[in-house]
Write a protein that binds this ligand. Structure first.
Ligand code: ADP
Ligand code: MG
Length: 873
């Protein structure tokens, strides 16, 4: 034994032992009413949570820094720590502290960001996913679960890039990797630095067996993963991690959903971000996103489902049709919507079932479950008349007679208003359990007895002020005022002297006290056991109750879609088998809701057909509405695929396998993303993966480099997509030179945003018209933006000069098409205003006849930069 361990108390030794078994976790060590943290844990947590750091054995060489968190308010501290990515081991006292010797302690749970149950750490309308990844030769197995709801999904992914997109879509709060994968720096860096996810290593053993045992199945054929070793590894590792942290059966995770990427439209990171599906590009807020417009759900389960399906647009026409038909049915009977307001009276029973299965519940959860069950018959009556298979299925679940049995069980057992904890009784109704009733009678009888005893003692002693009281220190006592203390009988034993009197106990009183206290203790114990039995019983209905929850969510979702369609004037899209997209009077679902009230959203048409016009080149000034038009087209296509009505007068939508978006560097508002390299990588991804079933939204690509590079790239990318991919594409650009390209390609057409020129400048009509834009109106837009008149005037002069000398709009057909700015113009402009020695010197040494137009332009660019730097602008 070392010196230190010799002087350690038994408790310290116990602490050290448990800590050494839980090295990667902060150890919450239960001491009475507190969780204590020691040593480095204490130092770290006191800093993170702003708590006071104290210490044991102060100033000695065995000093033990510590900080404490009250047991009853631990939840919010735990939530704050897991949000910061910490793992916490909860160590409880598991033997009776009253027994002699040191209290036994054991880690009962490990709480991590992906396995938390703290209300403060969970968003009601968002899942909290834990994700597991496995790898073999650049193929990835992926499995993710939400422990707080019981959902579990698995798939296989063929390349690293798709893996990154899938992780972005799932947005887990924690990822577990086997050691080999963890040591690969790139993935770890992507997860921790780019996505800010906490990453842990876990290597479970015998994955196949783990999965079989957990799901209680003979083999994995039913889940379609029998042969998929890579998925088996991801799933097995996930399950073993959960069991290790929860330290109990997580039976509410009971149905493994194997999915493939062909089931859903692929939405990569760019599409999710650029289309602002969940949050805006500008400030990352939910307000202003598509989800913000769509979310009219009344329940947390409905809200979660909406968020999920928004990123899982369906590929199966029949499934889409089923959802749309259900929405239509509700729209046709709008009174249903009003009546379904009772959905509000349901609780989140998906999360309640998870809590019950993981030992996190309180009696209030069971009461909430009962309340929810009591609402179901009402909901069933409302949708009884609905004929669509979708709603019929929901109805079938709500009308399952077993639900009534569950309700009755809860109703006969539970009091209406039980306390938050399950360790203080007051949970179980009278009449539920005979033994409990008798103990309660004894306790209440005891109180009557006390009253009677007080009267008897008053008579016997003649002390009329004598009264019986209770406190925590001595239990029951007899109190006598000062003036009458002398009359206290001999069998009274003095316990406490007060200013106005004395407190006594008597043997008879003590005997009764014992009886009452034991009854009370027994009641608490018995209620606790009855509660646990009830939980075990309810847990056996987990699958059914999860179906109920799912049905509530689906009904809420469908109703929400109906509400939006009615309020915002959406139409049912027609899902077509051919490959032609036709939208009449389409609108942008978000922009139409947020433009100021004196403006009207101007609807626009679009028709894209792989065999006719599949690519549109859209030109027009800044602010004319190009980006809005592009995005609204993508959003309408997406909405149709999730079975939602769309903002248009009519829409024919073909099944679309992917929506790609690429927003040019300078159009992309988020900083740090805007390098030209990133833009080109994303474009590569599009060119490699798009098909003739894809929809491409390319907004100002090629902006992040010099004009001519950018134009050339935009040009050849457009051509490639037209010739090789034949995807439906909307291509917005400020390179007017490309108008000729679109005119010449077979399946491409030019469109532009209409503007009105007037004496005061331009007016944007927001209307898309056939043909390219003839002017970019840059200076007019700058004027609208309020640039000083002097600058505007000067810009107009420069422009005039440039235009006079340019061979305008000859496009790129000729080899020297880029030479529309002649060197003489450059000379003139620079001489006129620069008055800058260095530039003039440079100019003097320049042989204008010898340089190419491209070199001239680069020079000009260079001078302009220097000129601006000198502060002449
Ligand atoms: P561009 O991409 O051409 O620069 P945007 O699409 O960003 O233009 O549109 C600029 C602004 O014009 C939008 O923020 C919106 O307020 C308004 N806008 C765009 N399209 C419409 C429309 N169809 N109807 C009404 N306002 C629109
Ligand atoms: Mg734009």
């Amino acid at each position: 034994m070392s010196d230190i361990s010799r002087v350690m108390t038994p408790m310290q030794r116990q602490y050290n032992e448990i800590k050494s078994q839980n090295k990667g976790s902060l150890l919450f060590f239960r001491l009475g009413d507190f969780y204590e943290l020691f040593y480095e844990d204490a130092e770290l947590v006191s800093k993170e949570l702003n708590l006071t750091l104290t210490s044991r054995h102060k100033k000695s060489e065995y000093e033990m820094p510590m900080c404490g968190i009250p047991y009853h308010s631990a939840s919010k501290y735990l939530a704050r720590l897991t949000k910061k990515g910490y793992r916490i081991a909860i160590c409880e006292q598991i033997s009776d502290p009253k027994l002699p010797g040191i209290v036994k302690r054991e880690v009962v749970k490990i709480i991590t960001p992906g396995t938390t149950f703290q209300d403060e750490a969970l968003e009601a309308r968002e899942n909290n996913y834990l994700l597991s990844i496995s790898e073999r030769q650049n193929m990835f197995g992926v499995c993710y679960t939400d422990l707080s709801t019981g959902e579990i999904y698995a798939t296989c992914i063929n390349d690293y890039n798709s893996l990154k997109n899938e992780v972005f879509r799932i947005k887990p709060s924690e990822v577990i990797l086997p050691k080999t994968l963890f040591s690969g720096a790139e993935l770890k860096q992507f997860l921790t630095e780019e996505l800010n996810i906490s990453v842990n290593i876990h290597n479970g053993a015998d994955h196949y067996q783990t999965i079989k045992t957990h799901f209680k199945v003979k083999n994995l054929e039913g889940y379609g993963i029998e042969e998929d070793t890579i998925i088996i590894e991801a799933v097995g590792n996930l399950i073993s991690y959960i069991k290790q942290t929860q330290k109990n059966e997580v039976s509410h995770i009971n149905i493994l959903h194997r999915y493939t990427d062909s089931e859903f439209m692929v939405l990569d990171k760019q599409a999710i971000r650029n289309l602002e599906l969940l949050f805006t590009l500008y400030d990352g807020e939910r307000k202003g996103s598509l989800l913000w417009v769509l979310d009219q759900t009344k329940t947390a389960v409905g809200g979660r489902l909406l968020r999920k399906i928004l990123l899982e647009p369906l590929q199966d026409k029949n499934k889409i049709q089923d959802r749309l038909n259900a929405v239509e049915e509700i729209i046709e009977t709008p009174s249903i919507i009003e009546k379904l307001d009772i959905l509000k009276n349901t609780y989140d029973i998906e999360r309640i079932m998870a809590k019950l299965n993981c030992n996190y519940s309180s009696a209030r959860d069971l009461v909430a479950l009962k309340q929810t069950l009591s609402v179901l018959p009402g909901i069933a009556t409302v949708v009884k008349s609905c004929k669509t298979t979708y709603i019929q299925k929901i109805l079938e679940v709500f009308e399952n007679p077993v639900l009534k049995n569950i309700y009755d069980k809860l109703d006969t057992a539970l009091k209406e208003d039980p306390p938050l904890t399950i360790r203080e009784g007051k949970i179980i109704k009278d009449g539920y359990n005979k033994e409990l009733d008798e103990l309660r009678k004894l306790m209440n009888g005891g109180k009557e007895w006390l009253a009677r005893y007080q009267e008897e003692e008053k008579k016997r002693t003649g002390i009329n002020t004598l009264k019986i009281g209770f406190n925590k220190v001595f239990g029951y006592y007899i109190e006598i005022t000062k003036s009458q203390v002398a009359n206290a009988p001999d069998d009274y034993i003095r316990k406490q002297t007060l200013t106005n009197g004395e407190r006594f106990i008597s043997p008879i009183l003590k005997e009764y006290e014992q009886k009452i206290l034991t009854a009370e203790e027994k009641i608490v114990e018995l209620e606790y056991n009855l509660y646990q039995d009830l939980v075990t019983d309810i847990n056996s209905y987990t699958v059914l109750l999860q179906q109920v929850s799912k049905s509530i969510a689906v009904l809420d979702l469908i109703t929400s879609f109906a509400v939006i369609a009615l309020n915002n004037n959406y139409v049912k899209p027609e899902i077509v088998d051919d490959n032609s997209l036709v939208i009449r009077d389409g609108r942008h679902p978000v922009v139409e809701r947020i433009i100021s009230s004196d403006e009207q959203f101007v609807p626009n048409d679009i028709a894209l057909d792989t065999n006719k016009v599949s690519e549109i080149l859209l030109t027009g000034p800044n602010m004319a509405g190009k980006s809005t038009y592009l995005r609204q087209t993508a959003l309408i296509v997406l909405l149709a695929h999730i079975g939602c009505y769309v903002p248009a007068r009519s829409a024919r939508v073909p099944i679309t396998d992917r929506i790609f978006t690429r927003v040019g560097a300078s159009d992309n508002l988020t900083k740090g993303q805007s390098t030209f390299m990133v833009e080109m990588q994303e474009t590569t991804n599009i060119l490699n993966n798009a098909t003739d079933r894809s929809l491409l939204i390319l907004d100002e690509i090629g902006r992040g480099t010099s004009t001519y590079d950018g134009l050339s790239l935009a040009w050849s990318i457009f051509e490639y997509i037209h010739d090789k991919i034949q995807a439906k594409m909307l291509f917005a650009t400020h390179y007017h030179e490309m108008i000729d390209l679109a005119n010449n390609l077979k399946r491409s057409e030019n469109y532009s945003m209409a503007v009105n020129e007037s004496a005061d400048g331009v007016i944007f009509l927001r209307k898309v018209k056939q043909g390219g834009a003839d002017d970019s109106y840059g200076i007019e837009v700058a004027k609208l933006a309020g640039l000083p008149d002097k600058v505007i005037e000067r810009a107009s002069e420069v422009l005039e000069e440039l235009e006079k000398n340019s061979r305008k709009k000859e496009g790129m057909r000729e080899a020297n098409q880029l030479s529309f700015i002649s060197p003489t113009v450059v000379e003139k402009i620079v001489y006129k205003e620069a008055n800058n020695d260095a530039i003039i010197k440079d100019l003097e040494g320049l042989h204008i006849d010898k340089i190419t137009p491209m070199e001239a332009l680069i020079k000009l660019h260079d001078w302009k930069k220097r000129y601006q730097k000198k502060g002449f602008t």
